[in-house]
Design a protein around this ligand. Structure first.
Ligand code: PAF
Length: 279
C-alpha cells in the first residue's frame, strides 16, 4: 500500500483518506463522498478497514466487533472508492505478541477527558494507528466523523503537533430517521434496546432547546441533572458521562451557552453509545 501511495505521490495524484473499522454504514459512505468531493475525480479515495486492537481495552468488544468485509467492499465499490486497504494485525503490529512493538503516539492534553477518562488506553491506540495509516497512505486529506468529536480534535492536534502534511476534515454526524447517530455498534441493539438509543439525541435536542430559550448561560449542573433524569427514564439505559465544553479546546464549561458543545456516553444494555452536538 505504501509503495502504491508513493507512486501516486510521485505522479502528483492527490489522495483522500477515510479510516474506518469496517461494518460500514451510511455515515462512513458520507465520509467517502466528502473525500471524493474534496479530492476531485483525478484524485484517489482510499478507505481503510481495520479493527484496531490497540484501541480496545481487554474488557471491551474487540472479539465481537461486527465485521462483514464482503458487504463493505461492495458498498465501497458502489460509492466510487478507488482502493480499500484492509491490513491484517500481523502487518500493522508485526512482533507485537513478542513484545517487539514499542512505539506509540500519545496526545497528552485533550485525550485525558470524557472518552479518555472512561477508556484510558483508547486514544493512545487511535493516535498510534492513525499515525501509522497516515505514514502508509500519505494522504493529502483525511475525513473523520463529527460523531467522534473528541477523536477528531485529538487527531487535528496530533497532525499539527507532529507536522503530518495532511488536512483533517470533520464531516457532520449522519443520523437514522429517529435521530440515533449511525454507528456500527447499533447492530448490538436488539429488541427493545434499539428504541431506547434515541435517548442520546433526544437529550442533546432538549439541552439545545433550553440553551436557545435562555437569556443567559445555564449552569452545567442543572443541564447534567436534566440529562441524567432523561437517561434514567429509559429502563435499560445508564449514563456514563455527560460533559459540556468548549468545542475547540474541549475544556469543560460550568456556564453553558450558545456555541458550547455537549457530549455524552450512555450504556444501552451492554452497548456503550456516544453522541455530541453543538448547542
Ligand atoms: O473512528 C474509528 O472508526 C477509529 O477510531 C479509527 C479512526 C478508524 C482508528 O481505528
Amino acid at each position: 500500500m505504501q509503495r502504491l501511495a508513493r507512486q501516486w505521490q510521485r505522479h502528483g495524484t492527490r489522495v483522500g483518506f477515510v479510516p474506518t473499522m469496517g461494518y460500514l454504514h451510511e455515515g462512513h459512505l458520507c465520509l467517502a463522498r466528502v473525500a471524493r468531493k474534496r479530492i476531485g475525480n483525478s484524485g484517489k479515495v482510499v478507505v481503510s478497514i481495520y479493527v484496531n486492537p490497540t484501541q480496545f481495552a481487554p474488557t471491551e468488544d474487540l472479539s465481537r466487533y461486527p465485521r462483514d468485509l464482503k458487504r463493505d467492499l461492495s458498498l465501497c465499490r458502489s460509492t466510487g472508492v478507488d482502493v480499500v486497504f484492509v491490513p491484517a494485525d500481523a502487518g500493522m503490529y508485526p512482533g507485537k505478541a513478542a513484545g517487539d512493538f514499542s512505539t506509540h503516539v500519545m496526545e497528552e492534553n485533550l485525550a485525558g477527558r470524557m472518552e479518555g477518562a472512561a477508556r484510558p488506553t483508547h486514544f493512545r491506540g487511535v493516535t498510534t494507528v492513525v499515525a501509522k495509516l497516515f505514514n502508509i497512505l500519505l494522504p493529502d486529506l483525511a475525513v473523520f466523523g463529527a460523531k467522534d468529536w473528541q477523536q477528531a480534535a485529538i487527531i487535528k492536534r496530533m497532525v499539527s503537533d507532529l507536522n503530518f502534511p495532511v488536512k483533517i476534515i470533520v464531516a457532520p454526524t449522519v443520523r437514522e430517521a429517529d435521530g440515533v447517530a449511525m454507528s456500527s455498534r447499533n447492530k448490538y441493539l436488539v429488541g427493545n434496546l434499539r428504541p431506547q438509543a434515541v435517548v442520546l439525541s433526544a437529550a442533546i435536542k432538549q439541552v439545545r432547546a433550553m440553551v436557545k430559550a435562555a437569556t443567559k448561560p445555564i449552569s452545567s449542573t442543572r443541564l447534567r441533572s436534566l440529562v441524567t433524569k432523561m437517561v434514567s427514564a429509559a429502563p435499560d439505559a445508564r449514563l456514563d458521562y455527560v460533559e459540556f465544553f468548549d468545542p475547540k479546546t474541549l475544556l469543560p464549561q460550568t456556564r453553558v451557552t450558545h456555541g458550547s458543545h455537549v457530549a455524552l456516553a450512555v450504556f444501552i444494555g451492554k452497548t456503550r453509545l456516544i453522541d455530541n452536538g453543538r448547542l
